[in-house]
Every structure is written in C-alpha cells, then in structure tokens.
Ligand binder design. Structure first.
Ligand code: PBG
Length: 332
C-alpha cells in the first residue's frame, strides 16, 4: 500500500470526465472556421487527382454539387484553383482576366446556386503562366530568370477586378509580389468594388509541401524556383514585416502558409496584428495524413481533426483545408 501524495493541486481534476473537459476546453473548432479549396477544370468529368487522394478536378456542374454538399455540412467558404489548358497559357497570363474564363464562370455558377457561400479566388499567375511562375518571367541573355514585380502587379489587379466583376466576395493574392495588396485595393475601389475583401497570403513560404498541388494543376515552374518571391522557411521576423505591410496596404485578413510546420509563425502574427488570420493546411500536409491513414498507421479522421485543432490553437481564426467537408461532417 503506497502512501497518498500530499498534492493539493491536481490538474487531472479538470480532465475527470467529458463534461468537465468540455468546460475546461480552450479551443473549439467549428465548421464555420473552414475554407474548402476546390480544383476545377474545363472538362465535363470529375477526375480524381492522383497526387491528392480524395480530391477531384471538378467540372462546373460537379463543383456546384460539391459546394452544396460541403454547405450542407456547414462549410460556408470555398476557394477555387483552376487547371488551365496549355493552349491558353502565355508569358503574361492574359487568360487570368478573361471574363469568360473558367474561374469567372465558376464564381457565377456557385453564387447562383448558393448566394450566401463566401467565394474566395486565388490571385496569382501560375495556372495561366506558360513559365509556371506566379509572376511574369524575364529571361536574360545568359538564361537567368527574373520575376518582374511591378509588371506582374498590374496583371494581378486586372485578375482581381475580373473576379470581383464575376461576384467574388474575397480575392486572395498568393503571388507574394511586393505592393500587390495596396494596388489591388486601389483598383477594386476605383471600380466600385469597395465591398470586396482582400485575404492576403502574407507569409507564404517557399515550401516543398506544395508538391502534390503542383501535380494537381500541372503548375510547377518550368525553370528556377519560387525563392525570389516566396519566403525563406528559416525566417519569422520577415513574416512580421510582411504582415505590417499587408495591413498598412489594406489587407482585411492575412494568411500563413503552410500551416502545420509553421505554427510558431501563426502565433507570432496572431499576437502582433489585429486582423483575422487564416492558415493554409497545404497539399503536402494533407497527403501525409492521407497516405499514413491509407496504410492503416494512423486514424485519418482523428489526425485530421487534431491537426486542424492545433492550427487553430496556434492562433488561426480560419483554416483552408482539403479536409473541410469531411471534418465539417464529423463536427455536425
Ligand atoms: C500558387 C499556389 C500554390 C498553392 C496555392 N496557390 C502553389 C505554389 O505556390 O506553387 C499551394 C497549395 C497547396 O499546396 O495546397 N499561387
């Protein structure tokens, strides 16, 4: 018989049953925190994406149906990523502001079916750019490449206007060019779109976790990498600098991406700025959970939920995740 410890303080009392744990719970994930990224293409079929099991490239009809299912489960926000046909790509990515293009038609179709779903669109050139970069590429005589900042920002403004005209609620620049938030804000306001919000990819890192996404869209850079515009994974002070600029330029919301490996960045930005903050659980994070679960090594539902809870606990108000529909169903 062991003796009782003299322990007036016993943290386990706050974990003694489910109801007590519920009272003591600090972070609650809800379906209204989730943003569902969806891939679209021009075809009539819904094609499974090999690099991202469980995800599809949706036809417009398939997209509307999928948004409806997610909506039923409680997801209120979606973001679109288009796979653009090779023949429509160009060095300046002009297709990105074609009012008859795939994204504007997707916006119109989803808003017609579900007017209160928040439609977010990605602002960047990579799906449209024949070089596979987020900005316009200049090749020097020696073959070195340079991503042109100010010229790119001009095109991004046209892309944002095109999406706003089609009915987007939020435009979301993911390109990491300097000055794009202010320029897009100005262009939107001048066109009478002062109600359209900007969710800025503030701290978007040059991450290897985007691999499966680039496979899904065939959007990998043809030459070079994205390190002259996306951030160095080693840096966190730089994220604060980007956040200060984005907020000053008029960003309504900011974002950290990827999410899971960058929880410290989420926390630091949460403590430093007042605007709502998103985090993007990217394709590589998704795929790692999916693959481990497929082999039976982990429980997909539980790990997906825990990964999102961790991101929220770190300070994210909203999370972009390919698990959005499934997790919302679990929550409801
Ligand atoms: C490109 C963009 C990328 C993602 C979202 N927008 C890839 C990239 O920067 O190469 C990645 C998302 C993911 O991996 O899930 N503007």
């Amino acid at each position: 018989m062991s003796e009782k410890l003299n322990l007036p303080i016993r943290p386990r009392r706050n974990r003694k049953n489910d109801a007590v744990r519920g009272l003591a719970r600090e972070t609650v994930l809800t379906a209204s925190d989730l943003i569902y990224p969806l891939f679209i293409h021009e075809a009539d079929s819904n094609d499974p994406i090999e690099s991202m099991p469980g995800c599809h490239r949706w036809s417009l009809e398939g997209l509307v149906k999928e948004v409806g299912e997610a909506y039923e489960a409680g997801v209120r926000a979606v973001v679109f990523f288009p796979k653009i046909e090779e023949s429509l790509k160009s060095s300046h990515g002009e297709e990105c502001y074609n009012p008859g293009g795939l994204v504007p038609r997707a916006i119109t179709a989803v808003k017609a079916a579900y007017p209160d779903v928040v439609v977010i669109t990605d602002i960047a050139l990579d799906p449209y750019n024949s070089d596979g970069h987020d900005g316009i590429v200049e090749v020097s005589g020696t073959g070195d490449i340079r991503i042109l900042n100010d010229e790119t920002v001009e095109v991004l403004c046209q892309q944002a206007l095109c999406h706003a005209d089609a009915g987007a609620d939020i435009v979301s620049p993911s390109d990491m060019m300097d000055g794009r938030v202010g320029a897009i804000r100005g262009a939107l306001d001048q066109a009478g779109h002062e109600e359209v919000s900007i969710l800025s990819y503030t701290a978007k890192y040059a991450s290897a976790y985007y691999g499966p996404f680039r496979g899904a869209l065939d959007s990998a850079p043809k030459a070079g990498d994205k390190k002259t515009y996306q951030m160095d994974p080693a840096n966190i002070r730089e994220a604060l600098r980007e956040a200060d600029l984005d907020v000053a330029e008029g960003a309504d919301m900011i974002m950290v991406k990827p999410a899971g490996p960058y929880l410290d960045v989420i926390r630091v930005l949460r403590d430093a700025v007042d605007v709502p903050m998103a985090a993007y659980q990217v394709s590589g994070e998704y795929l790692m959970i999916k693959s481990a679960a497929k082999d039976g090594w982990i429980d997909e539902e539980k790990v997906a939920m825990e990964s999102l809870l961790g991101i929220k606990r770190a300070g994210a108000d909203m999370i972009l995740t390919y698990f959005a529909k499934d997790v919302a169903k679990q929550l409801s």
